[in-house]
Ligand binder design. Structure first.
Ligand code: FAD
Length: 570
């Protein structure tokens, strides 16, 4: 073993291993030491939670890290996210409003067995020349806080086989997950106002929810076994329950719930989780409880208040955090690995530029601000939104809105390498009127609007199938992720996408406001004034009407009768 490294990575989980592969891809001779406290290879299936990937992380794993071949051979293809909403008869899955893709998807994503994946990546990074030490628990980090410091001035100590060893390095990357070594040491924790709890467990065997009903019509909505490949969410007020298939032919199950509605004490042991399912999700209980008896139950874990924040991410003094050692929001849309993709892309760019002799002070500052702003602008997607989970109509609109936003802005920016383009970042975020800031404002306004809608919406809908790709706009946004856009056209594309989002926001608002406030379904609206609890700008030159195409798209999500146009006779 060496004594000096370019980079020492604290923790060899998803974030640490992917960072090492990204660095090695761009600089094969970079010296990397990964310290992982686990003594042995990761167990299969019952290893870590975080199995479902979405488009941004799939692009990162497949295209940026070149893991496409491995993923296609060893992990399951995923058939999108799928949601079943509250119904009067939860025992009958076919009666529930179901939202999910019907046909095979053009943009790939995967269900990961985290043990299989981490073992593979550990082997691969060693083949590429990284050193990966198992049974190495980091015991101390001494950072030399000066940008002028020499190449190997940080010191990292770890315990292996009962003995403490120390190595030096130019960069320390903290990927220790909830261990959060640097955050604890340097005290840069930050409160996160989102208090949600979870329990999860893995069951032996394949669970195909297609078999949970004999209703032929319901089964025939999709090709056989496509439902099985989705990340399935069962929702009602204050909670969602996940079912995720794993490539090792096992199944991951989890409860995620707001303690104001479902106290943690009601599901914080396996027995209580099963009882919780009996009360809240009786069909899941009936199908899953027998499989969890005896050997069938592979593990059981809980996590209280899983969301956490950070004040720091990247330092020009050559240290950084990545993955869960920084911030984590909420798993509802499986975004954990998306944040890792972005985090590692910023971090590897800083490390590589620094090693090449570039002054990274400005970049480190810009990336950190952008990263923290990104976390903050995504928080309202989840904050207080567990209250909405009992309403199919609000949730369908919200999920489609959140997907449109996700595909139209962050995915497009990520796949086109925009996040490391300083000029583009400046143009996107620097001025008050910049596209990035307008986007954040619109998104926040819509998230507030969904909450404002709640007191008016309590109808239970049943027997509906909603396919997001019946909406032309969503189809276009999602498939555009695979198209390369030249840097000079990227701002133009973001402007076009933001304009479509503004129209979508107005189309949603007009339907809801006409239903609950009796306003005309055809009014023009300034999207940046959307609210149900105050003045809405319908007259200034900023007020817009959505295109007939977007209006039609949004109506696909609307369960009520559309109100007739009000003709003003005066
Ligand atoms: C309920 C829930 C559901 C989730 N579902 C999803 C999902 O579906 N999709 C998704 O993308 N994300 C999901 N996530 C998030 C996902 O779990 C994380 O994004 C991901 O596991 C974080 O990876 P990481 O490498 O940062 O941390 P980890 O995977 O935890 O890795 C950290 C590593 O550091 C090691 N370590 C810790 N301390 C030390 C030390 N002192 N010395 C040496 N090694 C150390 C640990 O052993 C571990 O291997 C979910 C999270 C939660 C809470």
């Amino acid at each position: 073993m060496n004594k000096n490294y370019d980079v020492v990575i604290l923790g060899g989980g998803l974030a640490g291993l992917t960072l090492s592969l990204q660095l090695k891809k761009h600089k094969p001779d970079i010296s990397i030491l990964i310290l992982e406290r686990r003594e042995t290879e990761a167990p299969l299936a019952a290893h870590k939670v975080g199995e479902s990937t979405v488009e941004l992380a799939s692009h990162y794993l497949r295209e940026v890290l070149d893991l496409k071949g491995y993923l296609e051979e060893h992990e399951l293809p995923k058939h999108g996210l799928r949601f079943f909403f509250k119904s009067n008869t939860k025992e009958d899955i076919s009666s529930r409003v179901e939202l999910g893709p019907r046909f095979r998807l053009p943009v790939p994503s995967h269900q990961l067995d985290r043990g299989t994946l981490e073992n593979y990546m550990a082997k691969l990074t060693v083949e590429k020349g990284s050193e990966y030490l198992l049974g190495a628990k980091v015991s101390n980090v001494e950072l030399v806080n000066s940008p002028q410091s020499t190449d190997h001035s940080h010191k990292v100590s770890f315990i292996k086989n009962g003995k403490e060893e120390t190595v030096s390095c130019r960069w320390v990357a903290d990927a220790s997950g909830r261990g959060s070594i640097l955050k604890r040491k340097l005290q840069f924790q930050k409160p996160m106002e989102h208090h949600i709890n979870t329990s999860w467990w893995r069951l032996k065997g394949v669970i195909d929810i297609d078999e949970w009903s004999n209703n032929k019509e319901w089964k025939n909505y999709l090709e056989p076994h496509l439902r099985y490949l989705s990340t399935v969410h069962f929702l009602d007020k204050g909670y969602w329950l996940w079912v995720i298939p794993l490539g090792t032919k096992n199944t991951s199950i989890g409860i995620v719930a707001d303690p104001d509605i479902h106290p943690f004490e009601t599901f914080n042991t396996y027995e209580k989780s099963v009882e919780w399912m009996r009360v809240n999700e009786p069909l899941a209980y009936k199908m899953l409880e027998p499989l969890g008896r005896g050997e069938g139950l592979m593990d059981f874990r809980i996590l209280k208040h899983f969301a956490h924040h950070t004040q720091r991410i990247y330092s020009s003094e050559r240290w950084a955090v990545t993955g869960e050692s920084g911030a984590f929001l909420d798993p509802f849309y499986s975004p954990g690995s998306d944040f890792i993709s972005l985090n590692n892309t910023w971090l590897s760019d800083l490390i590589l530029r620094d090693i090449a002799g570039e002054d990274i002070a400005l970049r480190a500052q810009v990336y950190e601000q952008a990263h923290l702003a990104w976390v903050d602008s995504f928080l309202p997607i989840y904050q207080e939104k567990y209250k909405l989970m009992g309403s199919a109509q609000i949730m369908v609109m919200k999920i489609f809105w959140d997907w449109a936003v996700y595909w139209a802005i962050p995915c497009v920016l990520f796949v086109n390498n925009a996040f490391t383009d300083l000029r583009l970042l400046r143009d996107l975020f620097a001025s008050q009127n910049s596209l990035g800031r307008k986007f954040a404002e619109l998104h926040k306004r819509m998230q507030d609007f969904f909450l404002e809608w709640l007191p008016y919406e309590n109808r239970i809908f049943e027997h509906r199938y909603i396919d997001p790709f019946d909406l032309k706009l969503l189809r276009e946004f999602q498939s555009a992720i695979t198209v390369d856009i030249e840097t000079k056209s990227l701002m133009e594309q973001i402007a076009i996408n933001l304009n479509k989002l503004e129209q979508m926001a107005v189309a949603i608002f007009r339907l809801v406001s006409s239903e609950v406030k009796g306003t005309s379904p055809d009014i023009k609206v300034n999207p940046y004034t959307i609210t149900l609890n105050g003045e809405v700008d319908t007259t200034s030159d900023k007020a817009i009407a959505p295109s007939p195409e977007i209006t039609k798209d949004v109506e696909v999500m609307w369960f009520y009768e559309k109100k007739e146009t009000i003709v003003d006779s005066q």
